[in-house]
Design a protein around this ligand. Structure first.
Ligand SMILES: NC(=O)N[C@@H](CC(=O)O)C(=O)O
Ligand SMILES: [Zn+2]
Ligand SMILES: [Zn+2]
Length: 345
């Protein structure tokens, strides 16, 4: 008999975009409904580059939460070529900054202030290695000559392998992995290197971007890949291997900025995140592996306690709204107007 009810330790989201201002208030509740904690990405405009900015952003997130939630935002700093080793020491001492995010300049949404040449931040990486502060990576090569579907693989070859050799003790997370090459690299790495996997990369392949026409709400970075890569991700997520953990990369954008001649990258999944992961794990026949992926591996990697309470998922389909409020605009969520197979009780 297929399961119709699943109780698991409350999960955490190890890669999340909450945005700021009015938009923040519209989205944070979706995450707080299901997750105890989330690693909050710093790619605001302007980016969160200092501990003082992270502290102020954290306060704005907490102020946007409904009174009855205990959701904890785990903050990150945006690495720039001006970041100092002193800032890393302050981050470690803060207790609320849990990682530093590396955006290769130009690789993705709000990455212009990112790093052009890793050699310029070696002293900062050395400080992170010493303080045990993880480096989170948007792992795509930015060389425009590299085919967009090969950018993750090229990043691994050109940046990640040399970086691992130079900083062997540096804790790292390759974020939102999308390829078999990434899965293989992470599997072979020590426990100090992990990877997050999104629900949308587990559920969709690149055909979804072009189904009957161009689908801006299925455009994200790294871009969706072929079916063989989706299969590799599903194998990794459901394998029980502690290198792999849940990170939604839920990345809301106002409708008009995606439905445009040059649409933004990012897919919003926070409204149904754990339910979507349950669908993917069910598809693989591995629902029994969801809890470790969603609730144990990430906490263990970050050296944080596992959550003590639980959530209950029921196999009860529901229909996702066509649009959700997003500041003074709207956000079109993943599966808009369509069904999700699992519900959060
Ligand atoms: N994933 C995306 O397509 N977009 C993210 C940025 C990111 O995580 O690369 C965003 O901030 O919109
Ligand atoms: Zn990214
Ligand atoms: Zn992201």
């Amino acid at each position: 008999m297929p399961s119709t009810r699943l109780e698991i330790t409350r999960p955490d989201d190890w890669h999340l975009h909450l945005r700021d201002g009015a938009a923040l208030g519209s989205v944070v509740t979706d995450t707080a409904r299901q997750f105890a904690r989330a690693i909050v990405m710093p790619n605001l405009k302007p980016p969160v580059t200092t501990v003082a900015q992270a502290e102020a952003y954290r306060a704005r997130i907490l102020a946007g939460l409904p009174a009855d939630t205990r959701f904890q935002p785990l903050m990150t700093l945006y690495l720039t070529e001006a970041t100092t080793p002193d800032e890393i020491a302050r981050a470690r001492a803060s207790g609320f900054v849990h990682a530093v995010k590396y955006y290769p300049a130009g690789a993705t949404t709000n990455s212009q202030a990112g790093v052009r040449d890793l050699a310029h931040v070696y002293p900062v990486l050395e400080a992170m290695e010493r303080h045990g502060l993880p480096l989170l990576m948007h792992g795509e090569a930015t060389d425009p000559a590299v085919d967009i579907f090969d950018r993750e693989h090229a990043f691994i070859e050109r940046q990640l392998i040399p970086l691992r050799a130079r900083f062997p003790q540096l804790r790292m997370v390759l974020e939102h992995i999308t390829t078999r090459a990434a899965v293989e690299f992470i599997r072979a790495a020590p426990a100090s290197v992990g990877a997050t996997i999104t629900a949308h990369h587990l559920l969709l392949n690149r055909n979804a971007i072009f189904e009957g026409g161009i689908r801006p709400h299925h455009y994200c970075l790294p871009v969706l890949k072929r079916e063989t890569h989706r299969q590799a991700l599903l194998d990794a997520a459901t394998s029980g291997d502690p290198h792999f953990f849940l990170g939604t990369d839920s990345a809301p954008h106002a409708r008009e900025t995606k439905e445009a001649a040059c649409g933004c990258a990012g897919i919003y999944t926070a409204h149904a995140a754990i339910e979507l992961y349950a669908e993917a794990f069910e598809q693989a026949g591995k629902l029994d592996r969801l809890e470790a992926f969603a609730s144990f591996h990430g906490a263990d990697f970050y050296g944080l306690p596992r959550n003590a309470d639980t959530i209950v998922l029921e196999r009860k389909p529901w229909t996702v709204p066509d649009a959700l409020p997003f500041g003074d605009s709207q956000c079109v969520p993943f599966r808009a107007g369509q069904q999700v197979a699992w519900s959060l009780a």
